[in-house]
Design a protein around this ligand. Structure first.
Ligand code: CA
Length: 408
């Protein structure tokens, strides 16, 4: 999906960015560099020296950086209009495309994945799922609008975002240490607005704790080396207690009655009427597990094992860890969940969501990416279209809306 479909959008994006840039130029030319930022930089430079950063590293890192990045501040203050409902979260992450790409990458990278599994004990499917979730198998790293100078982004947060001052400062110090180590040079030290870097999106302090040089070129390069990035993710999971040879959890059916919270032995859950789907048995009845229903009792239910909680060390969210696990299983050939997420409309496949986004864009309702993921921007555009079409306002990426768009 990504490459071809992104292309025209990215070009359009670039044109509008350049246009905005040239329009803004006279203003820039008239204004001096931000004096508050310069003052902050001077103070931060002294602090960095005390932390063992050399003047050479600091000045190299900050070359050409004389103002905060407004785009980063906009991202930092963005409040999503919709809290993503569960169906939206999973529909956008567990796609046919992600499963197909995961399977193809698994073949392509088999020798590396085998080696990483030998070293860490982490199942390759889990690493492929994390890679998909974090960067769409590296596709987002090509997006220059989203991937920016880590030094400038973190300096912006440290200087101008009171809520993230502490985070920005500590991450920026770590970023300077990474530069000083020689693992990457300043022009390639790129990341998200919050400083998440490379194929597996590590922030600088996590990079320092877990980064691995898997391919043996002497650099821990999670930006350009997929083996390094996947081994780094595996190392994080291993160091946080990954249990080798075990899965993350099981999809289960639950009885009508009220069930306890917390961890119980699987055999105890079985006594309470919890069953594995498809008539399968649990391989280790003594494992401790916690019951999770992420979308109410009518939706899919799971018994989560230790590894589910280890995945949460990557990103502390039940939805995230479950999506990694479910996607990993499907990359490994498992069937989709026995129950679908409850969804108040007929679901579209990712290519149909792209058609929907394209049509909304053609009609002037949508100006975001054509990425097959219906997030807040797409749903807002659907609402505008529904309003103009005079139909019930729902904002769902549904078959019904796509058909209406095809007719209009
Ligand atoms: Ca390397």
């Amino acid at each position: 999906m990504g490459q071809v479909a992104f292309f025209p959008v990215r070009r359009a994006g670039l044109v509008s960015i350049l246009f905005a840039f040239f329009c803004a130029l006279p203003m820039f030319a008239g204004a001096a560099a931000d004096p508050g930022f310069e003052k902050w930089k001077k103070e931060f430079r002294a602090k960095a020296m005390k932390e063992g950063i050399t003047a050479e590293t600091f000045d190299r890192a900050f070359k050409g950086i004389d103002s905060p990045d407004q785009w980063v501040l906009d991202k930092a203050s963005y409040q999503p209009e919709f809290k993503a409902p569960v169906w939206q979260y999973f529909d956008n992450r567990i796609t046919k495309f992600a499963v197909q790409r995961g399977k193809a990458k698994k073949k392509e990278l088999k020798p590396w994945l085998d080696k990483i599994e030998q070293q860490s004990g982490v199942n390759p499917n889990i690493l492929l799922a994390i890679w998909s979730m974090e960067s769409s198998f590296g596709a987002i790293l090509d997006n220059k609008t989203v991937m920016r100078s880590v030094v400038r982004s973190l300096a912006t947060l440290a200087y101008a975002d009171p809520k993230r001052k502490k985070f920005g400062t500590s991450q920026l110090l770590a970023a300077l240490k990474i530069l000083q180590s020689g693992d990457i040079d300043e022009s390639h030290l790129t990341g998200s607005w919050a400083g998440a870097m490379g194929h597996t999106q590590f922030i600088p302090t996590s990079y320092q704790a877990y980064a691995v040089d898997m391919d043996g070129d002497g650099k821990r390069d999670i930006w350009n080396s997929v083996p390094d990035a996947l081994a780094t993710a595996a190392n994080l999971l291993k160091k946080n207690g990954w249990v080798s040879g075990q899965t993350w959890g099981y999809e289960v059916t639950i009885p009508e009655r009220k069930l306890p919270g917390g961890k119980l032995k699987i055999s105890e859950w079985e006594k309470l009427g919890v069953k594995r789907v498809g008539g399968k048995s649990f391989p280790r009845p003594d494992d401790m597990a916690e019951l999770k229903v992420l979308a109410g009792r009518k939706g899919p239910a799971f018994l989560m094992l230790k590894n589910f909680f280890v995945i949460k060390r990557y990103n502390n969210s039940d939805r995230y860890a479950a999506a990694v696990g479910i996607l990993a299983d499907q990359i490994g050939g498992a069937a989709p969940l026995s129950k679908d997420w409850k969804r108040p409309f007929t679901k579209l496949e990712a290519d149909e969501v792209m058609e929907l986004q394209t049509k909304l864009k053609e009609k002037g309702f949508y100006d975001g990416e054509i990425d097959g993921k219906a997030g807040g921007g797409t749903r807002k555009a659907i609402l505008k279209f529904e309003e103009e079409a005079g139909v019930e306002l729902q904002g769902f990426p549904s078959k019904e809306v796509l058909e209406l768009l095809r007719k209009n």
